[in-house]
Design a protein around this ligand. Structure first.
Ligand code: GRG
Length: 324
């Protein structure tokens, strides 16, 4: 279980932070690489016109931030890992993420009509087709990682470890299990350890795996892998707390809810269990802890540090704006 120390949101504005790093430029560059690699992976289906192919492309190319594959590339870069070797695995985590979002939006789960500002896959293609597109993306991720071209030049034991790790993060101890706990917690009073467990599984595990597989493929030592694993754990939980805060506050979320006209179910979120102020404090603590793990890597850790600041900053700055 993750331990916290008290910290303030000042960590976002630390005057001793390293020289400015252009995260916007970095994210744009990595997203371009990732999008091209995803296009390449899905190109084999370009002649297929059935609805399921359109549905899966719709879910993959609808404006996601590509944070998970960027984490994979950034972790590999620390150890001199080449993007071309890592990209198929980075694509795989994004395909799993896309798959989980399609399923998450279905009426049986979160019942969302809008995602990324456009209708969800099941609203466009129907529930059955969306379900199948999600299944297709999940299985596609494993095809991509096992592809002969992807694994050429990589040590077989590393490839097997990486595939196993991604499977675990997606499965019943990861996204699937976290979502199941989330579903069971609806309309119930849950305590903080349970919220932590839900968040770590449904969101944290894939973030952690994204970082770890990049480090493994890049050639990290056991000690460095342990450092980045701690960074990934802190960031994974922070990611979902930030998402909770954004969801609770963002005007877009409110508009989307009104647009969908559905009744909100009571969910296990940080703001609902500990309140907004404590949620913000925990977020800031997790950011500080994650950044500490990167100190050792000095300038090589800058992209991962900037990503952590960005994820947390989105939620904390939004809250700051609200309170002024
Ligand atoms: C099919 C593997 C699989 C799982 C099914 C539905 C489900 C079980 C899990 C869903 C878990 C879930 C939706 C967690 C929330 C994760 C989250 C915070 C998503 C938002 O991530 P961003 O901000 O999204 O990276 P973008 O839109 O940028 O891609």
């Amino acid at each position: 279980m993750i331990q916290y120390a008290r910290a303030s949101t000042a960590v976002l504005m630390n005057p001793n932070s390293p020289a400015p790093f252009d995260l916007g430029e970095y994210l744009r560059r990595q997203s371009t690489l990732i999008d091209k690699a995803l296009e390449k992976q899905l190109a084999r289906y370009s002649c297929e016109s059935q609805t399921v192919f359109r549905a899966l492309r719709y879910a993959v190319f609808s404006g996601g931030k590509r944070i998970r594959p960027t984490l994979t590339l950034a972790a590999a870069e620390i150890f001199g890992g080449q993007a071309e070797n890592v990209l198929p695995f980075a694509c795989a985590v994004e395909l799993i993420h896309a798959s989980s979002l399609i399923h998450d939006d279905l009426p049986a789960l979160d019942n969302d009509d809008v995602r990324r500002g456009i209708p969800t896959a099941h609203k466009v293609f129907g529930e059955g087709m969306a379900l199948l597109a999600g299944d297709a993306l999940l299985t596609e991720a494993f095809r991509v990682m096992a592809d002969a071209e992807a694994v050429r030049g990589l040590a077989p034991e590393v490839v097997l470890d990486v595939i196993g790790e991604v499977a675990q993060a997606a499965g019943v101890l990861g996204l699937v299990g976290g979502q199941a706990l989330d579903l069971e917690a609806e309309e119930k009073d849950v305590d903080l350890p349970m919220v932590d467990m839900i968040h770590v599984r449904k969101t944290g595990e894939l973030i952690l795996a994204s970082v770890r597989i990049g480090a493994r493929l890049g050639g990290a030592s056991a000690d460095d892998l342990a450092r980045l694993s701690r960074y990934g754990e802190y960031l994974g939980l922070a990611f979902q707390i930030a998402d909770d805060l954004l969801d609770a506050n963002a005007s877009v979320a409110v508009a989307e809810r009104a647009e969908s006209g559905r009744t909100e179910r009571r969910k296990a979120t940080y703001p609902s269990v500990v309140g907004v102020v404590t949620a913000r404090e925990r977020l800031a603590e997790l950011l500080q802890l994650s950044l500490q793990e990167l100190d050792y890597f000095e300038v090589r850790g800058q992209p991962l540090a900037a990503i952590a600041r960005y994820i947390v900053g989105r939620a904390i700055h939004l809250e700051d704006e609200r309170s002024t």
